[in-house]
Design a protein around this ligand. Structure first.
Ligand code: FA5
Length: 339
């Protein structure tokens, strides 16, 4: 029996050397260590041994089983390692490769200009008030001294939804809403989107305005001029040339338009500024007493000034953008330049 066990051990060792894959290793385990395996068969033969030999042979059988199990486990470990290496080679990650990196986003030039204008106004005591983009004709025009069929409506080519509902053509609509709801004195700004049927290098059908309205006693043109000068200098720097031009709006009297140096030619005169060297940024004026009365404010006691910035134009001047439409195309190359 001892001889048999020794032969079995050697046979197993030799056979294991030839095992080249997991499937053959499993077959090998069944053949030698399984319930019907060769070792079990030998164990069964122990019944026929004299009693004194059984412990010796029993110990030997255990020894041989242990050896075969150890060798099998070693082989299994080799296969596991090979499998792992194969897997790692397949999914190789070269950690020395330079990283792709994340592109940093940035605020849109318009958002930056909005933030700057709003922050400056809030620092001067203005409150932010918003109004609807789909607006009643009444607030956009009638409450601002522009009755139906009045020729001054032609100044703004408006998108009508129905006879009485439109896409607001100016943030001045919020002026009327504010006067009807707030108790004077007050100072408000109203930033937002507006719409006009208009398109060229300085006009977009969708653009942005920021309205300002101050209602108080003893307001004069000097207050308007000094406030706007501070705001413009804060926005464009102390050296910027600002020009106040007499103008006309039905809701302000007197009215002005305010220009700054053209972003394209810097004052020389070019196609963009039609040779003037300036770009128009906003309209402003002293609120027409008719408008105060229409909106429930005592025009004998209170006066007001109002202004309406073209925010896109401010972004154009600040970033030397020569076509307003480039701000709405979402061309990543353009936006990167604005960083
Ligand atoms: C107005 O809209 C008046 N509501 C401004 C105002 C407010 C006057 C309060 C008096 C008191 P105007 O139509 O000029 O005015 O437009 C104001 C500014 O918006 C212009 O100076 C210009 O900077 C800008 N703007 C006008 N139309 C367009 C357009 N299609 N695209 C881009 N910007 C425009």
């Amino acid at each position: 029996m001892q001889e048999k066990l020794k032969m079995l051990s050697e046979q197993a060792k030799a056979e294991l050397k030839e095992v080249k894959d997991v499937a053959s290793l499993n077959n090998f385990k069944v053949k030698y260590l399984g319930k019907q395996g060769l070792l079990t068969e030998i164990l069964r033969g122990m019944r026929d041994l004299p009693a004194e030999q059984r412990p010796v042979i029993g110990a030997l059988v255990n020894q041989v089983r242990q050896d075969i199990e150890n060798q099998t486990a070693q082989k299994q470990a080799e296969f596991d390692k090979m499998e792992l290496e194969k897997e790692l080679a397949k999914n190789f990650i070269d950690i020395t490769e330079p990283a792709k990196g994340h592109e940093k986003g940035a605020l849109h030039p318009l958002s930056k200009v909005f933030d700057l204008l709003i922050d400056s106004c809030v620092a001067m005591g203005f409150k932010v008030v918003e109004g609807p983009e789909v607006e009643l004709d009444y607030f956009n025009f009638e409450a601002l001294n522009i009755p139906k069929n009045h020729p001054s409506r032609d100044m703004q080519d408006t998108f009508f939804v129905t006879d009485n509902i439109l896409l607001r053509s100016q943030t001045s609509s919020v002026q009327a809403r504010a006067m009807q709801t707030l108790k004077p004195p007050f100072k408000i700004i109203s930033p937002g989107r507006v719409y006009r049927n208009d398109s060229d290098a300085t006009h977009s059908p969708v653009f942005h305005q920021m309205e300002g309205l101050v209602i108080d006693e003893n307001i004069s043109m000097a207050d308007l001029k000094s406030m706007l000068t501070v705001l413009m200098r804060r926005t464009f720097g102390e050296q910027t040339q600002i020009r106040f031009r007499p103008s006309f709006f039905p809701f302000t009297e007197p009215s002005v338009e305010v220009d700054v140096t053209c972003p394209s030619c810097h004052g020389e005169g070019c196609r963009l500024c039609k040779g003037t060297g300036f770009m128009e940024l906003l309209g402003a004026g002293i609120v027409n007493p008719k408008v105060l009365e229409e909106n429930g404010i005592d025009s004998k006691k209170y006066r007001g000034f109002a202004f309406g910035f073209g925010v896109d134009r401010v972004a154009m001047v600040k970033n030397s953008i020569s076509d307003i439409r480039s701000m709405f195309k979402n061309d990543i190359r353009f936006l990167k330049q604005m960083k």
